[in-house]
Design a binder for this molecule. Structure first.
Ligand code: A3P
Length: 299
């Protein structure tokens, strides 16, 4: 095992958050230079909490007139969800802002930036809409470990776990990341929608309706009669996405590091932590999060 500080996990502490080193300049550039349009929707998450799924669902909802979910040539059948929605860290690290400007409205964009570090133009005044997805930290840490192993073959699970516990994990501390978006969703419910992976998995259709309504694109009675919601749920389901040829091959084109498309589709379940995390470790993690979330009304 490599010493912790030599691992990819290392980040740069900025205003209370450990920004991943390769993306720190891009995050700051995003914060300073991004100008939202009123109908933009920013999809945000802590890494490994369902970003890929949220991207697919939001894209399918917004694109449904041009591309009915059952269409054989639907972009999500040809492209990985990360290719459909730009990742701000990457755009601003690579100085590809012109591409962002050229996108037609309404734009869907994505970032893992903590709420307090989002551009002020997003979080104040009219800004634009923000959708956040979070997940049980125990499942996140297992998912993160499997993902980071692709980047850092020597990584151990206990190092990954410890970095979540001490808050130095990329974009950590995770509790502050979640709390920032949670409080924003309470104070600005018309602007910030807070979703949980577990809820989404339990009743995907209900949450797709909620998401569509929040993004200003509610389903009409005619669409309901055509089972459009169910078709979107099916198109974006884990089994469907994982088995698409495009997601079995190829890789993202990120400046930091290309990631094989299949690394975004592992198990897609709730509770896989039980196969990796001992009861003692689970208790330690739960206690920290319960303590941090006390009084927030989140759990
Ligand atoms: P697991 O590693 O637990 O399987 P992110 O997209 O933020 O990187 O999160 C990845 C996690 O979401 C992985 O969790 C992955 O399998 C899961 N995931 C990806 N697509 C999904 C989908 N369509 N439905 C449910 N879960 C999905």
């Amino acid at each position: 095992t490599l010493p912790r500080k030599e691992q990819f996990l290392v980040g740069r502490l900025y205003k209370g958050f450990w920004l991943p080193e390769p993306y720190a300049p891009g995050i700051l550039a995003f914060q300073r230079r991004f100008t939202p349009r009123p109908d933009d929707v920013v999809l945000t998450s802590y890494p490994k909490c369902g970003t890929t799924w949220l991207k697919a669902l939001a894209f399918a909802v917004m694109a449904r007139n041009a591309y009915p979910p059952a269409a054989a040539d639907h972009p999500l059948r040809r492209l990985n969800p990360h290719a459909c929605i730009p990742f701000m860290e990457d755009i601003f690290t690579e100085r590809r802002e012109a591409k962002l400007e050229s996108l037609p409205s309404p734009r869907l964009i994505n970032t893992h930036t903590p709420y307090s570090l989002l551009p002020e133009t997003v979080t104040t005044g009219g800004g634009c809409k923000v959708v956040y997805i979070c997940r049980d930290p125990k499942d996140m840490v297992v998912s993160l470990y499997h993902f980071l192993r692709h980047l850092q073959p020597g990584l151990s699970f206990s190092d990954t776990f410890d970095s979540v516990l001490d808050g130095t994990v990329p974009y950590g501390p995770m509790w502050d990341h979640i709390l920032g978006y949670w409080h924003a969703s309470v104070t600005r419910p018309d602007r910030v929608l807070f979703l949980k992976y577990e809820d989404l998995l339990q009743n995907t259709g209900e949450h797709v309706r909620k998401l569509a309504e929040f993004m200003g694109r509610p389903f009409s009675a005619a669409e309901e009669a055509l089972y459009t919601v169910a078709s979107i749920v099916e198109l974006c389901s884990f089994d469907n996405m994982k088995n698409l040829e495009v997601n079995k091959t190829g890789a993202t084109e990120w400046k930091c590091k290309n990631m094989a498309h299949d690394s975004f589709f592992r198990k897609g379940v709730v509770g896989d932590w039980m196969n990796h995390v001992s009861p003692e470790m689970a208790t330690r993690l739960d206690e920290i999060f319960h303590d941090k979330f006390r009084g927030a009304g989140l759990i």
